[in-house]
Write a protein that binds this ligand. Structure first.
Ligand SMILES: NC(=O)c1ccc[n+]([C@@H]2O[C@H](COP(=O)([O-])OP(=O)(O)OC[C@H]3O[C@@H](n4cnc5c(N)ncnc54)[C@H](OP(=O)(O)O)[C@@H]3O)[C@@H](O)[C@H]2O)c1
Length: 254
């Protein structure tokens, strides 16, 4: 899809046999969605200080790198870009080489959701080489975003009111079959509330934040996981001083 294109109103299914993409609630074909994050014991994603709060252990960061290397795209919200300025690249040379050996780019496509398009043009996800970057903006913000981000960044028009099912269908149309969602709170909430998460990797770090205004794993919203519809605990792993909990959301994937 060229940089000037708009998300089509209808979606086309991907090639057969390339799943695990599943039908979304809008009946569109979409990628498998893996949401990955780390929280404190009391469920916070970050504290309120300007510095990035490190929650993962070194072993867990290596695990996340491997997970990232196994995906076709990694997606974050604009709030995470503004707060953390991530590069969203695969760090491990072995993982990059393995991807290259499979004829893939060394790192997955980097995807940013930014309805208003208000990202610093110097943000690392927009400027650091190593992977392509795609930013989904609302229609009214597209022209300005294209002007500010330059030709190296693709800006896609996600419509007047960007909706996740259409974004996922568009990513599927671009060949994305496995999508890693890496935050932040608003994006987690939107994906969970829309029933668009198939798998959750939740790391719990041994510290307490205790600041009511800090971002939590999810914000407000009617979330689909209730006591009557429990996620499936698929795995528990200790990685140095953190714990990884892997959940599946079968009701949403089937
Ligand atoms: N511990 C962890 O694992 C982890 C991981 C990631 C982030 N974090 C933390 O999470 C915090 C950031 O979370 P946050 O809730 O403030 O921000 P966020 O979820 O990263 O991003 C929210 C922004 O995403 C855009 N957006 C959301 N839904 C959209 C849609 N459907 N279409 C288009 N754009 C959409 C909007 O951007 P515009 O405002 O540009 O319109 C919105 O303001 C930071 O403190 C960060 O450190 C922690």
């Amino acid at each position: 899809m060229p940089a000037s294109s708009r998300i089509p109103p209808s979606t086309k299914p991907g090639p057969p046999g390339t799943e695990p993409a599943r039908p979304s609630p809008s009946a569109a074909v979409r990628p498998w969605v893996l949401l990955s994050c780390a929280v404190s014991i009391d469920g916070f994603l970050d504290d309120t200080s300007p510095e990035r709060l490190i929650l993962s252990s070194a072993a867990d960061l290596d695990r996340v790198d491997e997970v990232r290397a196994g995906c076709d795209a990694v997606l974050v919200g604009a709030g995470t870009v503004r707060a953390d300025d991530p590069r969203l690249l695969v760090r491990g040379a072995g993982h990059r080489d393995e991807r290259a050996g499979q004829g893939r780019q060394p790192s997955p496509l980097r995807v940013v959701l930014s309805a208003r398009g208000r990202l610093d043009p110097a943000a690392r996800v927009l400027t650091e080489p190593g992977a392509a970057t795609l930013v989904y903006c609302a229609t009214g913000a597209v022209a300005e975003a294209r002007r500010r981000f330059g030709p190296g960044v693709e800006v896609a028009d996600a419509g007047e009111r960007p909706a996740l099912p259409a974004v996922l269908a568009d990513l599927h149309g671009r060949g994305v079959r496995r999508l890693l969602v890496e935050g932040g709170a608003q994006v987690h909430t939107a994906f969970l509330a829309a029933g668009l998460v198939d798998e959750l990797h939740l790391v719990v770090a041994p510290l307490v934040v205790g600041e009511a205004s800090a971002p939590r794993l999810t914000g407000r919203g009617r979330l689909p996981v209730t006591p009557r519809a429990r996620a499936v605990l698929a795995d528990v792993r200790r990685l140095e001083d953190v714990v990884l909990l892997r959940y599946l959301f079968p009701g949403q994937a089937d």
